[in-house]
Ligand binder design. Structure first.
Ligand code: FMN
Length: 167
C-alpha cells in the first residue's frame, strides 16, 4: 500500500478475529516502529510484544478503554528508556506508535492506539503486569490483530484549521 493511501485510510480497529499475527508481520511492525524519527536520533524506545492471552486479558482490569484486548491476539507496549518528563521521549515513542499503526494497516492488519502515559493507574498497571524495570517508562499500547470489521475511512480535512504565514 502506498504511504499516502495508508495515512488517508487508516482507522482504529477494535474488533478482532482470534487468528494469531504471524512472526513475520510482528517483525515488520517492530521495524516500522524503530524507523520513526526521534529527537537527537536517540531512539529511546523499547517494545514489549504481548501474545500471552492471560496478560492481554488482565489489561482491561486497570485500563477501562482496552476491552478489545479480550479478543485481540497481540499487543505491543511502546516504552522509553528516558524519563518522559525530562526528555522528548513521549514524542519519539508516539512517532513509533503511529508508524506501527500505519504498518499494521498497510499489511492488512487492524490496530488501535491505547493511551498509557500519563494516566497513573494505567502506567502502574502495565509496570506491575509486565514486570518493567524501574527505569523503563511505558508510553502507549497498541492492540493488533486481523480485523473482524473495518471502519470506513473519514476525511477530516478542515480548511479553517490552516493558517498561512500568520494566524
Ligand atoms: C494518545 C491516544 C490515546 C488513545 N487511547 C485510546 C484508548 O485507550 N482506547 C481506544 O479504544 N482508543 C484510543 N485511542 C484511539 C482514538 O480513540 C482514535 O484514534 C480516534 O478516535 C480517531 O479514530 P481513528 O483512529 O479511527 O481515526 C487513542 C488515540 C491516541 C492518539
Amino acid at each position: 500500500m502506498d504511504a499516502l493511501k495508508a495515512i488517508m485510510t487508516r482507522r482504529s480497529v477494535r474488533d478482532f478475529k482470534h487468528d494469531p499475527v504471524s512472526k513475520d508481520d510482528v517483525q515488520v511492525l517492530l521495524k516500522a516502529g524503530m524507523q520513526a524519527p526521534s529527537a537527537k536520533n536517540e531512539q529511546p524506545w523499547h517494545f514489549v510484544v504481548i501474545d500471552d492471552l492471560d496478560l492481554l486479558h488482565a489489561i482491561p482490569e486497570f485500563h477501562p478503554y482496552s476491552k478489545m484486548l479480550l479478543d485481540a491476539p497481540l499487543a505491543i507496549l511502546v516504552c522509553s528508556v528516558l524519563d518522559l518528563e525530562k526528555s522528548s521521549a513521549v514524542q519519539d515513542c508516539s512517532a513509533a506508535t503511529q508508524n506501527i499503526l500505519l504498518a499494521a494497516h498497510a499489511k492488512g492488519l487492524g490496530a488501535v492506539w491505547l493511551g498509557i502515559y500519563p494516566n497513573e493507574k494505567r502506567v502502574s498497571g502495565v509496570e506491575a503486569l509486565l514486570e518493567l524495570p524501574e527505569d523503563i517508562y511505558p508510553v502507549s499500547l497498541i492492540a493488533v490483530g486481523h480485523p473482524a470489521s473495518q471502519p470506513e475511512p473519514k476525511d477530516r480535512f478542515k480548511e479553517d484549521r490552516v493558517h498561512f504565514n500568520s494566524w
